[in-house]
Design a protein around this ligand. Sequence first.
Ligand code: FAD
Length: 457
Amino acid sequence: KPSIVWFRDDLRVTDNPALRAAVDDGAAVALYVLDEESPGIRPLGGAARWWLHHSLLSLREELATLGVPLLLRRGPAAVVVQETATALGAGALYWNRRYGEAERMLDAGIKTSARGSGMHSESFQASLLHEPWAVTTKQGGPFKVFTPFWRTVSGLDFREPLDSPEPGQGFFGWLPESEELDTWGLLPRNPDWSAGLAESWQPGSAQAHEFLGDFVEHGLADYSVNRDRPDLPGSSRLSPFLRWGQLSPFEVWHAQQRRRRELGDAVFAAELGWREFCWHQYFHHPDLATANLRPGFDHYPWAWPGGQGAGAHETATTLLHAWREGRTGFPLVDAGQRQLWHTGWMHNRVRMVSASLLVKNLGIHWQLGEQWFWDTLVDADPASNPANWQWVAGSGADASPFFRIFNPETQAAKFDAHGSYVGQWITELGTPDYPEPVVDLKASRREALDAYSTLTH
Ligand code: FAD
């Protein structure tokens, strides 16, 4: 009887315990389900859909070298997985765990019905270094503060990554037909805005491992200094590969750990810790993208489009569009937004500055910024995106203090001193075509602080 390995956010053949288990059983068949129907599953954004399309193409090739066919199916996962298992007469079903609430409920239901029909089913830890329920404060609750969280989690023993399985015996039985990827409509058409994404990335394990190797060898030594410089390739650019599981956190952890011992630098390791912390928060607060972790913020006078609010000098809708399109008149923010639109990625320092301008100077609700990033980032992550937006807004767990309002001009002078980053993205800089600032930084900062002081904490 064949075993099914159900791929989700783990589109890789290395360090994939579920794939390993299926291949060890004998004949393995891989399944990917595009589930846009089950309740509570957040629909993917545009850039993520592009990434997924190309990732599935490369996963199919990688699996083929192992003799594992990949079936593509669309529909509610509970139905599709069961149907596929029945059609194949599968004896076992394996997957790597995911941690969103809706996904966990779905998976639990599928496990129960698999058992009910006599099929072995088993799940594995592969996408996070820690299991969010297994790590608690001394009082037994979830962590709210990063430092003690990471002190605890980084003390765990992270297993060594698994190699890709050896090519198995292959599957020679009857296979239900796979859907054609091209019919899924994951790629943008009319207009096709993906040229910049394609210039910037090759989604798949090959580039993931190339970036990892390159970063560990050349980038890690100066990471703590260069990571804040958007004008340099100072950070790893591993985020989409981690998001989609083309790399596992165990692979990244151990690759950096070997080199880190020589360098004695823990800054990069702690960034992997922030990823874990975001997922810890999301696990314990499934409404992270839609509710302030600090309820005091429910009363902040946000300028929702069309509404009234702190810092809005034109209607919020106009300001929101100027921000999205990189026309705020603040070069660092505009460069970031254009980098995002063109490449599907934005430098972390610029994400913070850009988010701060939207939320604090333009007075626009962080959820609108979160939604834009969700749609445009290739690394758009259900946990890291809302957790970071809440961190910048001040409404989140262990958030930056509200009064820390980034000044995009001083940030640019500090981190892009020669202006090469802004120059790369804003060709009309210094000409009359470049807009005047859409907001007065000082006045809007004061308004934001006044609005904040009215909240009860
Ligand atoms: P590196 O500096 O090389 O870090 C290595 C890895 O650590 C990253 O690939 C990422 O997986 C993790 N990491 C680093 N910083 C953070 C962080 N603050 N929070 C969580 N994980 C982190 N990151 C996402 O992966 N997806 C998102 O949707 C996302 N949305 C963000 C929204 C805002 C408003 C902000 C301020 C940050 C957001 N981040 C998000 C975090 C961070 O900006 C990116 O992870 C980072 O820029 C990715 O580049 P890198 O791989 O070169 O990072």
